[in-house]
Design a protein around this ligand. Structure first.
Ligand code: NAD
Length: 345
């Protein structure tokens, strides 16, 4: 098995190291290939996402990624393709997803009895569209008196997202799919998103579905989390709701994620590079460890994936060895040892 690795920055390298250790403990032999993106790419190629790295990532197809910081107000990244064409993306993370043609970020976020209080039985998968919405990158400054962003919803992207979500619901025996939107305020763009969702959903009569406004969804997730199973939503709502769900479960440090395309799949945590705790050895590695388990399941190693998930579940349910984000005093290394110790044989 060969996986590409983007180490990221902030807590990225600590998370990647922890995830590699847990995967090694399953007994699988893995070749990890570091691909320069961000600062290492800038040093080598003079660009944070050079086409050399994009090409390598496309060839390797399955990627483990640490988070990458984006400077506030200065994140826009322009990629120059081999044919001379250019595309400007709102951030390096958006650029990676779109250069690799990844279209959906499934974020399975669940509670655990030991740490999540009344969200212990929350179990949602947020399907975030990752190619368009308000993050499409069409922003304009209008002199010094205004700034404007354009939101995009295309039939192709919404149908692809919806199909993926219903297929996922069928495969994973999920009970309901909910489209989350704001079609009352954005009647044209979100109205179209909802229309395309409903048309596609009608092709899956065996899976119940409904829809909900995004503000009501935020309230319901906090108050009645069991209302939701699979959530289908646009780029920005999915970005925000997945952080909310992570917080409700107990910490962003337990929120895994993936970015899926037709050819390439990239596995990364829901959260960012957490510069406030980087380098201290106390970040919670579970978010990327669970993303790594999803990566193993993606390549057919479901046995190893389940063992890792079970090890994590045991540690979180018992709640005696926890990192500071969950109220404990354990280090990242101690959590890794504990997960390995609590993994079934
Ligand atoms: P963040 O998600 O990095 O951190 C928010 C809070 O959660 C912080 O208090 C942090 O300490 C905590 N946290 C996050 N992950 C944790 C973990 N594994 N263990 C323990 N605590 C954890 O959000 P931010 O501070 O707004 O962003 C930091 C940087 O990350 C920014 O530059 C942002 O643009 C970038 N970012 C990157 C990605 C990505 O790579 N996909 C996603 C989101 C943000």
């Amino acid at each position: 098995m060969r996986f590409a690795v983007i180490e990221g920055n902030g807590i990225g390298p600590e998370l990647v190291k922890a995830t590699k250790e847990v995967i090694a403990a399953t007994g699988l032999t893995v070749e990890w290939i570091n691909v320069p993106v961000g600062d290492p790419a800038y040093e080598k190629y003079g660009h944070p996402l050079p086409q050399e790295s994009v090409k390598q990532l496309k060839e390797l197809k399955v990627i483990l990624k640490g988070p990458l910081s984006v400077e506030r107000g200065r994140g826009r990244t322009t990629c120059i393709h081999e044919d001379g064409s250019e595309h400007t993306y709102p951030s390096i993370n958006n650029a990676i997803r779109r250069e690799l043609k990844l279209f959906v970020a499934p974020r399975p976020i669940r509670g655990y009895p030991g740490i999540s209080g009344k969200h212990a039985d929350m179990d949602v998968v947020i399907m975030r569209e990752i190619t368009e919405g308000i993050y499409v990158g069409w922003e304009h400054q209008i002199g010094d008196c205004a700034a404007q962003a354009i939101k995009l919803a295309t039939r192709e992207a919404v149908e692809r997202l919806t199909k993926y979500s219903f297929e996922y619901a069928r495969k994973h025996n999920r009970k309901k799919v909910t489209c989350v939107h704001k079609a009352n305020a954005l009647s044209i763009t979100d109205g179209f998103f909802l229309k395309c969702f409903l048309e596609t959903a009608s092709q899956y009569p065996d899976v119940p579905y409904d829809d909900n406004f995004v503000d009501a969804t935020a309230f319901n997730l906090a108050k009645f989390p069991k209302k939701y199973d699979v959530i289908v939503t646009d780029n920005q709502y999915g970005d925000i709701l997945s952080d909310l769900a992570g917080g409700l479960a107990g910490s962003l440090g337990i929120a895994p994620g993936a970015n899926i395309g037709e050819e390439v799949a990239m596995f990364e945590a829901t959260h960012g590079s957490a510069p406030d705790i980087a380098g201290k050895g106390i970040c919670n590695p579970i978010s990327l460890i669970l993303s790594g388990a999803a990566m193993l399941a993606h390549v057919g190693q479901t046995g190893a994936a389940k063992r890792i998930e079970e090890g994590v579940r045991n540690v979180l349910t018992e709640a005696s060895v926890l990192t500071p984000d969950l109220g404990g005093t354990a280090t990242t290394a101690q959590i890794v040892s504990e997960i390995i110790r609590r993994m079934p044989a």
